[in-house]
Design a protein around this ligand. Structure first.
Ligand SMILES: Nc1ncnc2c1ncn2[C@@H]1O[C@H](COP(=O)(O)OP(=O)(O)O)[C@@H](O)[C@H]1O
Ligand SMILES: [Mg+2]
Length: 320
């Protein structure tokens, strides 16, 4: 029997009967905690469903050295768990936990049994919306880890998948205290032509002068391949964008790369807005990149809200 319960306004679970009882003993679930399982019409307080008042944690003392595994919610002795920051993880949950941290981002699975050509049912992801997450005052370290995952997610999508989740609404990202990000809502995905990705690879960390003949040739070739003409104003705007925004956010110079980029300083957002307005005015933006710009703007705004410090160039380099 799978139970779900509410904690800090978030849905948690599924947990088994035994795990539910462990959570009660640990004091995570109290008699007024809302719980639900398949077959129940509504969420109800635990005390009502089970017909008993929850004993306060002190009434059911935990063994002195017992801790709760943050992944499965079961109780373990301290020797049987590993510590990750403030979290404890049991041996059984460790591989999945480590995998998640490594990848940083998870997406819901499709539940085909409950889906049709009109209804898409997906597994429930954990995590909070950005506002709620920030209200809990996460540490700088955690915000940096999340920032790195978000930044990597964008460049991994662009350069490896050649497609991007282009609905950057904050509701589509779920933030977790273990620095994992849940990505939902794939209603707007933009696929790119391989030539466009090849172009991005050549400009992202372009090492030389961006007002050079070589750089201009790269831009011109890209427009030519797409059957569009690059007018001088648009070319100037693209070079200015590359110099005054991208070069600052992820510098190509190795000596500048040991310092993380501080997204807490709003100056970079002003640079982005100024440069993108300038480019739009020249009508030189290729249609294909409008969605990339939208996703990019969402990414940068989120990184700014997180005040994350991220080793940006190293991440971009990894996916080139
Ligand atoms: N798989 C999921 N797991 C957990 N929460 C989800 C999941 N899918 C959607 N949500 C929650 O529902 C909200 C709306 O879902 P979403 O798919 O973004 O719909 P919309 O098209 O309305 O933006 C999200 O902000 C998120 O909080
Ligand atoms: Mg959405």
């Amino acid at each position: 029997m799978s139970w779900y319960y509410a904690e800090a306004g978030q849905q948690r679970g599924p947990v088994t009967d035994a795990e539910l009882e462990d959570l009660v003993r640990a004091g995570t679930i109290l008699s007024d905690t809302l719980i639900w399982r398949e077959g129940m019409a509504n969420w109800q307080p635990y005390g009502q469903v089970k017909g008993v008042a929850t004993p306060p944690p002190a009434a059911a003392p935990m063994p002195e050295d017992a801790v709760v595994c943050s992944s499965c919610g079961k109780l373990f002795g301290r020797d049987d768990v590993i510590r990750y920051g403030d979290l404890w993880v049991c041996a059984a949950c460790k591989p999945t936990f480590v995998q998640r941290i490594k990848e940083g981002v998870s997406v819901p699975g499709v539940l085909r049994k409950y889906s049709s050509d009109r209804v898409l049912t997906m597994s429930l992801m954990s995590g909070s919306h950005l506002e709620d997450f920030l209200a809990r005052r996460p540490s700088q370290k955690l915000r940096n880890q999340l920032g790195a995952h978000l930044f990597e997610l964008f460049y991994f999508q662009m350069l490896k998948l050649e497609a991007v989740h282009a609905d950057p609404h904050w509701g589509n990202y779920l933030f977790n205290d273990d620095a994992g990000i849940g990505l939902v809502d794939f209603g707007c995905v933009k696929y790119f032509r391989p030539e466009s990705i090849a172009y991005l690879r050549s400009v992202f960390l372009y090492p030389g002068d961006r007002d050079s003949l070589d750089f201009r040739r790269i831009l011109e070739k890209h427009y030519q391949l797409a059957g569009e003409k690059l007018l001088p104003n648009a070319r100037r705007a693209l070079i200015s964008f590359a110099d005054n925004f991208y070069r600052k956010v992820y510098p190509p110079e190795p000596e500048k790369q040991h310092q993380p980029f501080d997204f807490g300083d709003a100056a970079f957002l002003q640079d982005y807005l100024r440069e993108s307005k300038n480019l739009f005015r020249t009508k030189g933006v290729m249609r294909e990149f409008i969605f990339m710009g939208r996703a990019e703007m969402g990414l940068y705004q989120t990184l700014h809200r997180l005040k994350a410090r991220v080793h940006t160039s190293q991440i971009v380099k990894k996916h080139l």
